[in-house]
Write a protein that binds this ligand. Structure first.
Ligand code: NAP
Ligand code: G3H
Length: 483
């Protein structure tokens, strides 16, 4: 199936149930962000192959939707089983391709297996409802409405580089369980891991054509996919820039967008500082800050700021830095361009008077974890998502000022509040414009049975297993006119 030359594999695309090279005869080289060498090539799929794949998904979807939930669930449970067999090799692939440390890469695979199994269970337990017409003024009891959920058709699933397996499966599994066909477009840097997870799905004997895997640069094939009349729903996770572009291109198509963030950690005077530091450190720096839900700014009360900064500095200086293979927390960023971007934000802040507490060293795309104090509103780092290991600290005089700064951001994914006063926690949580507020904990997406959403420039619509099943299906009403 895979073509190996000089130890570097050229991976086929998975089009309409067939593993095959693209008719374009063009491939894209994938470099490891930390080993730096080429680790494989993926196909640059053509527009006519996209057409054929979408048509195949449409054809296969009709029969797929007639299977019982239990029958569809069997394929997915077997997929989870196949992924479990491949756990080590898939984790190694994630580590090699996107530079996530091995322990976290393995956690991503395990979380994905759990998510697929949970999605099957959740779908099995969802049910329609019936309603009598007499609930409405003048309505009649003789009208009985039967409300069921039906599939949308073909779902386009577009995933980002930082969770190449989990954020792909969190779209594919609910789409399939809801009875849809799927066109899966992985992030180019992440597509080898995507291919491996689909090889596992293919081994289940899932009907041919129900899912196709389209590799190719988003900048080249993305608009064609998004605007394709055969696509009935788009589930996208990635940057706000691409998400906004998609929302302009897709017309009258249900769209779920999970985008960037600038999650604040609000630290009140009465916070338990040791607990706060533990959560801020793991929130800001795991996977070098390449998480949408990373803590991306600290808004700390003046009264405890010196104490907090001293504790954070100690913790940051103790962080492990280096190779993903050695399970370091701080690992090389996805590419040099991303490292240049983060460096630019650090330089801008320091030029404008921020205090460097620790960090600001760099070897190519490996950046030391960096703490900046006395960050002010005129600095880009106060507002922009770095997606790297840098944490700005903004000192505030009051809870109100913290709320005002939290809400001044264009982003609205999550926020953390650290306080021992439950009333204050609830007051702040109620005032912050985000999808989720974490009280005395770091921002994070899981557990995956929770709804997950961003507001403002952080997204549109809701993920989480239950909500994904809802967004990938629609209501269908049949009215029985009795008597
Ligand atoms: P990205 O550059 O926006 O890419 C995301 C996906 O969109 C990739 O598959 C990309 O393909 C594709 N794409 C690019 N241009 C496209 C187009 N014109 N039409 C259709 N698809 C297109 O994001 P990323 O760098 O992979 O991920 C990092 C960003 O994602 C961060 O901002 C992070 O906060 C956000 N994120 C958000 C969440 C969340 O749930 N809120 C989760 C994870 C990440 P190519 O790779 O081929 O360009
Ligand atoms: O990168 C964005 C992911 O949705 C974050 O997921 O909070 O589980 O790391 P996580």
């Amino acid at each position: 199936m895979d073509h190996v030359e000089n130890d570097v594999t050229t991976y086929p695309a998975y089009l309409a149930g067939q593993w095959q090279p693209s008719e374009s005869h063009e491939t894209i080289a994938i470099h490891s962000p930390w080993q730096r060498d080429v680790i494989g090539h993926v196909q640059a799929v053509t527009q006519s192959e996209v057409d054929q794949s979408i048509q195949a998904a449409k054809n296969a979807q009709h029969e797929w939707a007639t299977l019982s939930l239990g029958e569809r669930g069997q394929y997915l449970n077997q997929w989870a089983q196949e992924l479990a067999k491949d756990k080590e090799s898939l984790a190694t692939s994630i580590m090699t391709e996107v530079g996530k440390n091995y322990a976290d890469a393995e956690k991503e695979v395990v979380r994905t297996i759990d998510l697929i199994r949970y999605t099957v269970q959740e779908a099995l337990h969802m049910h329609g409802e019936s309603v009598r017409g007499d609930g409405f003024p003048g309505g009649s009891k003789e009208k009985l409405g039967i409300i069921e959920r039906v599939p949308l058709g073909v779902v386009l699933a577009i995933s980002p580089f930082n969770y190449p397996v989990n954020l792909a499966a969190s779209k594919i599994a609910p789409a399939l369980m809801a009875g849809n066909g799927v066109i899966f477009k992985p992030a180019t840097q992440g597509s080898i891991s995507g291919i491996k997870m689909i090889q596992a799905l293919d081994r289940t004997g899932i009907p041919s054509g129900i899912l196709s895997l389209i590799t190719g640069r988003g900048s080249e094939i993305g608009d064609y996919l998004t605007e394709h009349p055969g696509i009935n729903m788009i589930s996208f996770t990635g940057s706000t820039r691409t998400g906004k572009h998609l929302s302009q291109k897709s017309i009258m198509i249900p769209l779920v967008l999970e985008l960037g963030g600038k999650d604040p950690a609000i630290v009140c005077q009465d916070a338990d500082l040791d607990l706060t530091v533990k959560n801020i450190i793991s929130g800001a720096f795991s996977y070098s800050g390449q998480r949408c839900t990373a803590v991306k700014r600290v808004l700390v009360d003046d009264q405890v700021a010196d104490q907090l900064v001293a504790k954070l500095q100690k913790a940051v200086d103790a962080l492990s830095v280096g190779s993903p293979k050695n399970n370091r927390m701080i690992v090389p960023l996805i590419d040099n361009k991303s490292a240049d971007f983060v460096q630019g934000l650090i330089d801008d802040a320091m030029d404008k008077g921020a205090t460097l507490v620790t960090g600001n060293q760099r070897k190519e795309n490996l950046l030391a974890p960096t703490l900046l104090d006395h960050v002010t509103e005129d600095m880009d780092i106060a507002w922009v998502e770095p997606f790297g290991p840098v944490l700005p600290i903004i000192r505030v005089h009051s809870v109100n000022q913290a709320i005002q700064l939290a809400n001044k951001s264009n982003f609205g994914l999550q926020a953390s509040v650290f306080t021992q006063d439950i009333d204050k926690a609830l007051e702040i949580a109620g005032a912050i414009e985000v999808g989720t507020v974490q009280v005395n904990g770091r921002p994070e997406r899981g557990p995956d049975n929770f709804p997950f959403l961003g507001v403002k420039s952080s997204g549109m619509g809701t993920q989480g297993v239950h909500n994904s099943l809802l967004s990938m299906s629609r209501e269908k009403l049949t009215v029985m006119n009795l008597k």
